[in-house]
Design a protein. Structure first.
Length: 293
């Protein structure tokens, strides 16, 4: 399997895992406070990864210390802030708006890659991106221009937009990972640092806002997001960036609404209508156009 094929497969699998996370999130909205969900998500990821990474991390302490500012910046953007902002955004805005704003992530990544790495944005790539965005808009609005024009934006939408920018910048920083840091040590260091930064906010939320109730629903949800939507997906995403670059990896993220629609059909009983099938076809066509050599 070539690096291009492997990288695309890793990005697809990471996107699929995040799509499952969105389906789960729709079932626990309001059940777990936002910072609590983020904190336990990453705590579980750290605990699961620790047996495999702690020895290598300790042995690489000198290297970690050398790149500590880079690791802290990456951890704050991708771990501490990104998902926490999404959970806060979900409290004051609709899933439709979140999906609409989420398509800005690949656009941010393409723009930042152009600015930082001087990556060329070819005409065919622009055509592909426009095609993809068209497909996503058809999916979100069910083919109705009126629905798009009458979407109301809230503070949650602004939070989601900021979160998207932070994740885009996290993706850019991952590409700049020093070769001295192995993938395992990098991931564990970022997870631990990001979780430590979350701790004081979690304590405040626990004492003054709302406590996390560890019932079956909470345990199952946090276990999934901690292992699959955090540890596994972030590893796959980071490896995809290393293998095929930021721009190509980012474009695969557009498949999230496609995967989410299919998963919602099978697990939540939500019907798939003709506009969803059309939009899926448009999005996939756009991806094929964009990735043409």
């Amino acid at each position: 399997m070539s690096n291009q094929t492997k990288g695309a497969f890793f990005a697809l699998l990471a996107t699929l895992l995040w799509s499952v996370n969105m389906v789960i999130a729709s079932g626990i909205k309001g059940h777990i406070p936002p910072i609590g969900l983020a904190f336990w998500r990453w705590t579980i990821a750290c605990i699961v990864l620790a047996p495999f990474a702690i020895k290598s991390t300790v042995e690489s302490f000198t290297i970690i210390k050398k790149h500590i500012l880079y690791l802290m910046g990456t951890a704050v953007l991708g771990i501490t802030i990104f998902n926490t902002l999404i959970y806060f955004a979900g409290k004051t805005t609709s899933a439709v708006n979140l999906s609409l704003i989420a398509i800005s992530i690949p656009l941010f990544i393409v723009v930042l890659s152009r600015i930082i790495f001087k990556e060329k944005v070819s005409t065919i790539k622009i055509v592909g991106i426009v095609t993809i965005i068209t497909g996503v808009l058809v999916l979100i609005t069910k083919g109705s221009l009126e629905a798009l024009l009458h979407i109301n934006f809230t503070i949650g939408d602004l939070l989601m937009l900021v979160a998207c920018f932070f994740f885009a910048y996290y993706t850019i920083l991952v590409r700049q990972k020093p070769d001295e840091l192995t993938a395992k040590v990098f991931l564990f260091s970022v997870f631990v640092i990001g979780t430590i930064f979350l701790l004081p906010f979690y304590i405040w939320e626990h004492l003054f806002y709302k406590k996390v109730i560890f019932d079956t629903k909470t345990v199952l949800a946090t276990t999934y997001v901690g292992i699959f939507a955090s540890l596994v997906s972030y590893y796959l995403w980071n490896e995809a960036i290393r293998l095929i670059g930021t721009s190509k990896t980012a474009l695969i993220y557009y498949l999230i609404p496609v995967f989410s629609g299919i998963l919602a059909y099978f697990f939540l009983g939500q019907a798939i209508v003709i506009t969803q099938i059309i939009s899926m076809g448009i999005i996939i066509t756009g991806l094929l156009i964009t990735n043409r050599k």
